[in-house]
Design a binder for this molecule. Structure first.
Ligand code: NAD
Length: 261
């Protein structure tokens, strides 16, 4: 538990499901006041907010599409109006779809880049602007992926977006370090969330993924939420511009594990 998170105000984008939901839950359990951003599933989010409140936490829901500049501005304004601040911004919303690169339409390319990269730029920029205006030494956390460094055929738009997020984060970290606004990435490996549901429901596809994970299991959302809680807290006060790989060793060349090569 991180005592300094008590009373802090956090926004988590794409928090209706998966990693965003786990992060929102963890930050609320730490005593932060959490804005749960969602895209469309209002009923699911309302139920989620009730669960947080039943567990003694504080949270409110806000619908916004992270690709829309005005909606992201409204999201930050809502955090300020509802809970009086913005100390932690978790830009988590993301999408992926499989298409051979030679067949990828410009429309599909733009869709993924808009959510995964432009959305994180808008969320980071609006959060940093707010923190500067209010002299807040805040924490911005962007959700990249192991595919910010592992090439991924059939997912070129996704890999390009996550590589972009890595440099977005590092550049912002350098730029705003003098203001003590920290900006960091989390890069998960394969985690059990709805984005992977179809793949992990297919035993053969799941087995193929497991071969890529030296630790031998699919990560749990709570394991990524733990990284976010640490990066949000003062326990990581001297950490900025890092990419925290939470991947069971996936980025460590698993093909070499048995001394091959
Ligand atoms: P998920 O599909 O459960 O969550 C993504 C969330 O983003 C959904 O709730 C969705 O509604 C929301 N979203 C999509 N477009 C949006 C928009 N325009 N505006 C607002 N919200 C929007 O999957 P997840 O695994 O929880 O993914 C969360 C993040 O983690 C993504 O950025 C993803 O790329 C990243 N990631 C996931 C894994 C994994 O294995 N699960 C691995 C690496 C990175």
């Amino acid at each position: 538990m991180y005592d300094d998170l008590k009373g802090k105000v956090a926004v988590v984008t794409g928090a209706a499901t998966g990693l965003g939901k786990a992060i929102a839950e963890r930050l609320a359990a730490e005593g932060a006041k959490v804005i749960v951003n969602y895209h469309s599933n209002k009923q699911g989010v309302d139920e989620f907010i009730s669960v947080i409140e039943e567990n003694g936490g504080t949270a409110a829901a806000f619908q916004a599409d992270v690709t829309k500049e005005e909606e992201i501005k409204s999201l930050v304004q809502f955090a300020s109006d509802t809970f009086g601040s913005l100390d932690i911004m978790v830009n988590n919303a993301g999408i992926e779809n499989e298409v051979p690169s030679a067949e990828l339409s410009l429309e599909e390319w733009n869709k993924v880049i808009n959510v995964n990269l432009t959305g994180m730029f808008l969320g980071s920029r609006e959060a940093i602007k707010y923190m500067l205006e209010h002299n807040i030494k805040g924490s911005v956390i962007n959700m990249a992926s192991v595919h910010d460094r592992i090439p991924w055929p059939h997912f070129v738009h996704y890999a390009a977006s996550k590589g972009g997020v890595k440099m977005l984060t590092e550049t912002l970290a350098l730029e705003y370090a003098p203001k003590r606004i920290r900006v960091n990435n989390i890069s998960p490996g394969a985690i059990d969330t709805p984005i992977n549901e179809e793949k992990f429901n297919d035993p053969q596809a799941k087995e193929e993924v497991l071969k890529l994970i030296p630790m031998g299991y699919i990560g749990k959302p709570e394991e990524i939420a733990a990284c976010a809680a640490w990066l949000a807290s003062a326990e990581s006060s001297y950490v900025t511009g890092i990419t925290l790989y939470a991947d069971g060793g996936m980025t460590k060349y698993p093909g070499f594990q048995a001394g091959k090569g």
